[in-house]
Ligand binder design. Structure first.
Ligand SMILES: N[C@@H](CCC(=O)N[C@@H](CS)C(=O)NCC(=O)O)C(=O)O
Length: 138
């Protein structure tokens, strides 16, 4: 077996395309990390328009990040909440053990986007140094 083939066999199941300043990318990375799933990460440079390149849009039809590739079956997944549901399905983690738990998990995911996302992403931006906030806020 060649070294290249051996590398391909040992590659992590998931390949996450995104950028560090993207909250939706972060959500998927956080799930994978908390679930103990090794994954590769490929930077998509939004400033250079990499997310609108035809080869990328062929995999991520909205021309956004994140994009998660599942190498075990060739799936290309987009929309962070949908990706989280997929990961819960295929890993058996964090999806909820009963219908009621699954309903509650979904409620949090959809509520997240209209109530949590903006303030959490802004706080991350301040912590990472690319947004400003008055001292008393933090
Ligand atoms: N609803 C999407 C939102 C994804 C999103 O807004 N991604 C931003 C970066 S945080 C993006 O790719 N913006 C570039 C664009 O929309 O052209 C999700 O949850 O995945």
């Amino acid at each position: 077996m060649t070294a290249v083939a051996a590398d391909a066999l040992s590659a992590p199941r998931f390949l996450l395309h995104g950028i560090w300043l993207s909250g939706p990318t972060y959500k998927v990375a956080l799930f994978l990390s908390l679930a103990g799933e090794a994954f590769d990460f490929e930077l998509v440079n939004l400033r250079e328009g990499a997310h609108k390149a035809p080869a990328y849009v062929a995999r991520q039809r909205y021309g956004q990040v994140p994009l998660l590739e599942d190498r075990s079956n060739g799936r290309a997944l987009c929309q962070a909440a949908s990706i989280l549901e997929y990961l819960a399905d295929v890993t058996g983690k964090m999806g909820g053990a009963s219908l009621d738990e699954r309903i509650r998990a979904r409620e949090w995911m959809f509520w997240d986007y209209d109530r949590f996302a903006v303030p959490i992403y802004r706080c991350r931006g301040v912590k990472l140094g690319f947004r400003q906030a008055p001292e008393p806020v933090f």
